[in-house]
Design a protein around this ligand. Sequence first.
Ligand code: HEM
Length: 398
Amino acid sequence: MATAADTWGINEAQFWLRGDHPEQPVKFDPATGLWNVYGYPEAHQILSDPKTFSSDTQRLLPEKVAKNFEAFSEGNLVNMDPPEHGHLRKLVSHAFTPKVVADLEPRIAELAGELLDGVGDRMEMVTDLAYPLPVIVIAELLGVPASDRGLFREWVDAMLNNNVQFTLTDTDEMEKQTAVAVEQVGKLTEYLREHAAERRRKPREDLLTKLVEAEVEGSRLSENQVVNFANVLLIAGHITTTALLGNTVLCLDTNPEQYAKVRADRSLVPAAIEESLRYFSPFALVSRATTEEVELGGQTVPADQLMMLWLAAANRDPRQFTDPDTYDVTRPANPQIAFGRGIHFCLGAPLARLEGRVALNLLLDRFPHLRSDPDDGPTFVPSPSMTAVRRLPLLLTP
Ligand code: HEM
């Protein structure tokens, strides 16, 4: 019998993640000039070795494409290598430790409660909760007005809808595609530039002020570094968590036995979040550049190659996970790598997990009949680098 997941094309959408040859965990694609990595041990090897697999991937992009990104790379933690990466990361890491994040729980619960106060007998998961909750939390931490979140959504949606397909072989196409994304990120950058300038004049108790005042090796961050760093925090701080919240509800809704288990035993909520990170990894793709020739998954990869690591596929690798295509909240172990690993391990992981736990518990508390609308199925973010519900209509009454 076809399940809801088949009807909505979710299962099909997951297939391509593993590529044409699931038995081949590392595969060069001559059409794009890129190496795709689908396997868990291979992804693990890459993420654990920043010396051989550099995060400075922009140096390998065709010049005219790299130019598009130039303005945004300074201060972008994600694309930096040691030692600069460590210096910059240290500036904000204390703001995201498990202890500091745990103190945010009452505020997150209050916000989630207020957002759910506004719904009637149905809700749209993303618009009503999964988008506003993480975006308000990160805006408050950074110190930009949460009331501007409609603007962020417009810019970020336009960026995600652009559906950039990376290729090193068709540079015109790549330039065209990245130009749209860059234009949208540019709007966010300009917005943050104004707020950063304001903090220089009038410091406050927020992360943006900390960045403006921070010193690395005795010197202040440049304006571009501050703005791009804040940009990464603002974007990374919400799109993926929005995806996590929406995906988790979808996973439970389409797996009724698992849903019943979590309802009956709330101590399974954290496991439901972890399993949803594995099953529908929000940040489906990260990239790296080889700095030297290396053996990987039975292949010899030359130096200066662009590696596309499909975390979403690695998290479904049958060599690592038993029954990888089954959503199972009682897995005995779940070493999913949806937050990456190693030196770039997601800074916001404790925050995302907390938001997931608070939001899911509150939904279960308030709506014993919560389920998807059979007449109005979910849609997904069209970007291949994201696994994310974009719209998920829910019914709340029997
Ligand atoms: C890095 C995923 C939430 C901030 C990463 C990376 C992944 C990831 C895979 C590693 C990138 C790489 O190795 O190239 C996710 C997922 C999230 C999430 C799945 C939610 C479910 C957040 C939140 C924040 C955040 C809430 C901020 C508050 C960052 C930052 C980095 C990062 C700053 C860069 C770290 C570095 O390069 O050292 N994230 N993230 N993320 N994430 Fe997250």
